[in-house]
Design a protein around this ligand. Structure first.
Ligand SMILES: Cc1cc2nc3c(=O)[nH]c(=O)nc-3n(C[C@H](O)[C@H](O)[C@H](O)COP(=O)(O)OP(=O)(O)OC[C@H]3O[C@@H](n4cnc5c(N)ncnc54)[C@H](O)[C@@H]3O)c2cc1C
Length: 285
């Protein structure tokens, strides 16, 4: 099918975009890479009256450093994230997850911010953002505000962004060489969405685990932290036994869906297996 007719605005600044959204009334949609929005418009599951294209706003693109953070512009494409030297140096968990997103064509057009704003629990980047305690910078009619990842993902395909707001950039902590990372994704065929995936970042100090951050993809309506596993890892020996025991707690408190790809109990089993694999790799075991 082809989309229902819509008006189109192509602002060149964030302020112009906010104005276009305000002028658009109730039925306005922001367009980033279009990899999720255009398919639903073609199916006429969405039929906005006006589409505001963010593709010509330079401020929304690129990766920069700000103190201990990497700041990733919302309109930075997955391909540009993967090519960025700062991401290669300090954002390896973001890079590992981004490499598993779809195929080259989708990664060429799809954007970092679009994937997060879409908030699909099967998407690979929300769990990474949550594990890293990323901060989301939102612009709206009243100015800018920052929302932590723990508050940003509210429900299935739902974020804390208010009507009239847009995502400008995302701040993630720089992870230096003292951190090991791994994104473990399970899917039936290559280049497909995660049935379950685990994002792990582990910091070792001597023979112990000093810090552990674990994000779970597709284990509920939003991305989740494997909090019980994190608590069990901190202070534990860097050993297979300790990691295996901690990973057995990975599905605690989760409520994954049952669907054509997997039953809920199978997803919970996968979460444990993938968490063990991810932490073993991140801890360098
Ligand atoms: C065949 C295929 C396979 C895919 N496989 C995967 C996969 O394996 N893993 C994965 O994680 N993803 C996958 N994706 C999705 C991909 O990551 C998309 O890039 C992403 O979901 C949406 O990003 P986008 O830039 O295309 O956003 P769009 O489709 O343009 O927008 C998505 C939604 O976010 C909103 N939005 C976008 N940008 C902003 C902003 N700055 N502020 C506020 N709201 C905004 C839009 O209004 C829209 O509601 C796949 C997509 C396709 C087509």
């Amino acid at each position: 099918m082809i989309p229902a007719p819509f008006a189109y605005a192509r602002p060149t600044t964030v302020d112009e975009a906010l104005q276009a959204v305000a002028d658009g009334g109730d039925d306005v949609k922001l367009l980033a890479g279009g990899q999720s929005l255009i398919p639903v418009m073609r199916l006429r599951l969405a039929a906005p009256e006006i589409v505001v294209d963010l593709g010509r706003i330079p401020e929304l693109r690129g990766v920069r450093e700000d103190g201990d953070s990497l700041v990733i512009g919302a309109m930075t494409t997955h391909a540009d994230v993967l090519a960025d030297p700062l991401i290669a140096r300090y954002g390896r968990l973001v890079a590992e997850a981004t490499e598993t997103v779809a195929d080259r064509q989708v990664r060429r057009r799809g954007t970092f911010g679009g994937a997060l704003a879409h908030a699909d629990p099967a998407g690979d980047l929300p769990a990474v953002a949550l594990a890293l305690d990323a901060e989301f910078v939102l612009a709206g009619p009243g100015g800018r505000r920052t929302v932590g990842a723990g508050d940003f993902f509210v429900d299935y395909l739902t974020t804390a962004m208010d009507d009239g707001e847009l995502l400008v950039e995302v701040r993630v902590p720089k992870l230096g060489d003292e951190w090991g990372v791994r994104y473990e994704k399970f899917n039936r065929v290559a280049q497909a969405w995660s049935i379950v995936a685990v994002a792990a970042a582990v910091r070792r100090e001597g023979g112990r685990i000093a810090d552990a951050r674990i994000g779970l993809t597709n284990m509920g309506a939003t991305p989740l932290r494997a909090s019980a596993t994190e608590a069990a890892l901190v202070g534990a020996d860097v050993s297979l036994d300790a990691v295996t025991a901690a990973a057995a707690l990975a599905a605690d408190g989760t409520s994954p869906s049952s669907d054509l790809n997997a039953q809920a109990d199978y997803r919970q089993h996968l979460a444990q297996v993938l968490t063990r694999r991810a932490v073993v790799a991140a801890a360098g075991l």
